[in-house]
Design a protein around this ligand. Structure first.
Ligand code: ATP
Length: 233
């Protein structure tokens, strides 16, 4: 379980998150939806220790994360797949994947996890020696997801996987998310495609203006009502 309590955080003098609290149950997929600039990525950065909290606390499996470096979190079984893929363009697909298992505690499983990534995304296997800079947007997203899985994380945090991708690729990526959920991984998904996000999620939170405005079990979400809230000023 990931527990976020009363968190405030931002960038220097600018506060973005206002008293954000939410729980992410083990083995389930929690999605955070919301318009541009709502603070979704900022919340993910706060979880990953990339920006400091000015108030509140975040804990995972009972351990407080406050003060842990992003590097330590990977060793503790938390991995983030960032918005914009962030693959290393001058490295091959396989070299990019291997970087996801770089922490010492994760190296023993690297070969097996690489095969798992290839099983999820066979296109990566076909192109294993190709430079990441030559991939299409969809393939680069697959690579970013494969790299995130290389540390065999208990908690996988994914920021906007569908951004800029064709619907057929988005469907493929969401099929993989559904499969990862079936494997029992705990997933936090930030997504602007609310239809797809609600379709795969167990829990839905709507973020606006740095606050959680609405939380519901995905099965109970009325997508039209959610959209009305989403676009409300
Ligand atoms: P998007 O879908 O557009 O990424 P988001 O919900 O993820 O939206 P954030 O990226 O968290 O939103 O941005 C929230 C607010 O924080 C915005 O007003 C943004 O301008 C501001 N912000 C984001 N990154 C920085 C930064 N590095 N320095 C200063 N302000 C920032």
């Amino acid at each position: 379980m990931l527990e976020i309590k009363d968190v405030r955080a931002g960038y220097g003098a600018i506060n973005v998150l206002w008293d954000v609290s939410l729980s992410v149950p083990q083995g389930q997929l929690t999605t955070i939806v919301g318009p541009n600039g709502a603070g979704k990525t900022t919340l993910l950065r706060a979880i990953m220790g990339l920006i400091p909290l000015t108030q509140g606390s975040i804990s995972f499996e009972g351990r407080p994360l406050g003060g842990a470096s992003t590097w330590d979190l990977l060793g503790q079984g938390i991995a983030m797949i960032p918005e914009g893929r962030m693959v290393f363009k001058d490295m091959s697909i396989e070299e990019n994947l291997m970087l996801g298992a770089y922490p010492k505690s994760r190296r023993a499983g690297a070969k097996a996890n690489c095969e798992k990534a290839y099983a999820l995304f066979p296109r990566l296997k076909e192109r294993r020696t190709q430079l990441a800079g030559t991939l299409s947007g969809g393939e680069a997203q697959m690579l970013a997801m494969g790299r995130g899985l290389m540390s065999d994380p208990h908690l996988l945090i994914i920021d906007e996987p569908s951004l800029g991708l064709a619907p057929v690729i988005v469907n493929e990526l969401f099929d993989v998310l559904a499969q990862l959920k079936k494997e029992g991984r705990t997933i936090v998904l930030v997504e602007q495609n609310t239809h797809k996000a609600v379709g795969v999620a167990d829990h839905v939170h709507l973020m606006q203006g740095g606050k959680i405005q609405f939380s519901q079990a995905a099965a109970d979400v009325d997508i039209e009502a959610l959209h009305e809230l989403y676009f409300a000023r």
